[in-house]
Design a protein around this ligand. Structure first.
Ligand code: HXC
Length: 259
């Protein structure tokens, strides 16, 4: 499929979606959102894709929604734009394959928001995070007030959104927004290595884990545990369970099906 504002490539079961408007620091325009949603559909339909990486070209991950585009929006258009972005971020969250946010640089506003819709965030030491919308006289609209507080607590979410300040990758790790920080020159090769390793696991288990953590999070524990037992049982109808357990007992590495 042809894309103009993103790059999408698949190698060894890992799809890499790179937002590619480096001159505008990869700002999210309606076209970018549209192409990201098409690429997510492409990854969902492609059985050879096990894991997805989301990253940005050049010095930024994503410096936010496109301010030039937003500057002339009416309230109605702004609501539509917010809903469109939220929908695309939901697609990342609901994709039945792990999505790693590989944050190489600025992740501001909509950039921070799209990283939080991924399953976890790995960052280069050069990354910077923030919700600077307040500096533009507006507020977050792609989930910043919601996912951020769920990830790091209400107090940090409020500080970041109310001050509009930026934090470093290390600070983002300290507050629990980022899982790991890597040296800049090894960043993408490390992310790729770990993504490939994850892609070698069984598909049924990867899907079950992602779905259960997300679906169970907002439910009462008892209900969520009962859903977990169902999902666990589903694994036992798969070849992956047979292969994984036989391989352990036979003291060899499992070879999960790749299709
Ligand atoms: C459009 C952007 C942009 C953005 C940067 N650019 N961020 N264009 N939308 N969000 C453009 C600049 O205008 C400039 O274009 C080029 O990218 C390089 O940016 P510079 O500012 O020259 O780079 P630098 O001095 O390194 O500063 C980097 C920066 C700064 C600190 C990241 O660009 C910045 O503050 N950007 C805005 C960040 C922000 O406010 N994000 C939140 C947006 S609101 P030219 O043509 O001059 O070279 C949002 C809402 C989401 O995300 C929810 C919507 C519903």
């Amino acid at each position: 499929m042809a894309y103009e504002t993103i790059l999408y490539e698949v190698e060894s079961q890992v799809a890499t979606l790179t937002i590619n408007r480096p001159k505008a620091l990869n700002a999210l325009s309606p076209q970018v959102l549209d192409e990201v949603s098409r690429a997510i559909d492409e990854a969902a339909a492609d059985k050879s894709v096990r894991v997805m990486i989301l990253t940005g070209a050049g010095k930024a991950f994503v410096a936010g929604a496109d301010i030039a585009v937003m500057s002339t929006m009416s309230p109605l258009e702004a609501r539509r734009f917010a809903r469109k972005g939220q929908e695309v971020l939901f697609m990342l969250e609901r994709l039945e394959k792990p999505v790693i946010a590989a944050v190489n640089g600025f992740a501001l506003g909509g950039g921070c928001e799209i990283s939080m819709a991924c399953d976890f965030i790995w960052a280069s030491e050069k990354a910077k995070f923030g919700q600077p919308e307040v500096n533009l006289g507006v507020m977050p609209g792609f989930g910043g007030t919601q996912r951020l507080s769920r990830l790091v607590g209400k107090n940090w979410a409020k500080e970041l959104c109310l001050t509009g300040g930026m934090i470093s990758a290390d600070q983002a790790k300290e507050i629990g927004l980022v899982n790991r920080v890597f040296p800049a020159d090894e960043f993408m090769s490390e992310v790729n290595k770990m993504a490939q390793e994850m892609a070698g696991k069984g598909r049924v288990a990867l899907r079950g884990i992602k779905n259960m953590v997300d679906e169970g999070y907002d439910l009462p524990l008892e209900r969520a545990l009962s859903m977990e037992a169902e999902a666990f049982a589903t694994c036992f109808a798969s070849n992956d369970q047979k292969e994984g357990m036989s391989a352990f007992l036979e003291k060899r590495k499992p070879k999960f099906r790749t299709n």
